[in-house]
Design a protein around this ligand. Structure first.
Ligand code: CA2
Length: 147
């Protein structure tokens, strides 16, 4: 059985669909999960889709991905802008990493312009809402085609 694609989501993304629709749209995280699962199926893959509000838990999951995942899609949310520890954990992975953001951080406040995750990602997709997650799945499946 092929290893799954891990799709890891950081803090506050559990609130999607309830607040700030002008920034993040109206889809819930559960609806995004369903779209990711469907897109992965077209690639003969499964996704393991998770969200946490806790930095340490996110890092534990990144470490788990080292052996258990074929590739990683990550929306680190605010931790992308702040977490050296997340960066260090991601750097240990030998699988493809695609960073994904619903909004376009480059078009927002200056403190969102730097990402510790981008430094270790194979690619970044942002500003395309939930469709970006599907594109990230497609991209990561292409990058890990042989594993
Ligand atoms: O655009 C993205 O996906 C972000 O990763 C979202 C993060 C933000 O810190 C990044 O700069 C860009 C924030 C996630 C907060 O999600 C909420 C969803 C609904 C209501 C409130 C917050």
């Amino acid at each position: 059985m092929a290893k799954p694609i891990f799709v890891l989501n950081g803090p506050n993304l559990n609130l999607l669909g309830t607040r700030e629709p002008h920034l993040y749209g109206r889809a819930t995280l559960d609806e995004i999960r369903v779209r990711c699962e469907a897109r992965a199926r077209t690639q003969g893959r499964e996704v393991d889709f998770r969200q946490t509000n806790h930095e340490g838990e996110l890092i534990d999951w990144v470490q788990e991905a080292r052996l258990a995942a074929a590739g990683l899609v990550i929306n680190p949310a605010g931790y992308g802008h702040t977490s050296v520890a997340l960066h260090d954990a991601l750097k240990t992975l030998e699988i493809p990493i695609v960073e994904c953001h619903l909004s376009n951080p480059a078009a927002r406040e200056a403190f969102r312009h730097h990402s510790y995750v981008s430094l270790v990602a194979s690619g970044v997709i942002c500003g395309l809402g939930p469709t970006g997650y599907e594109l990230a799945i497609e991209a990561v499946c292409g990058l890990c085609a042989s594993s």
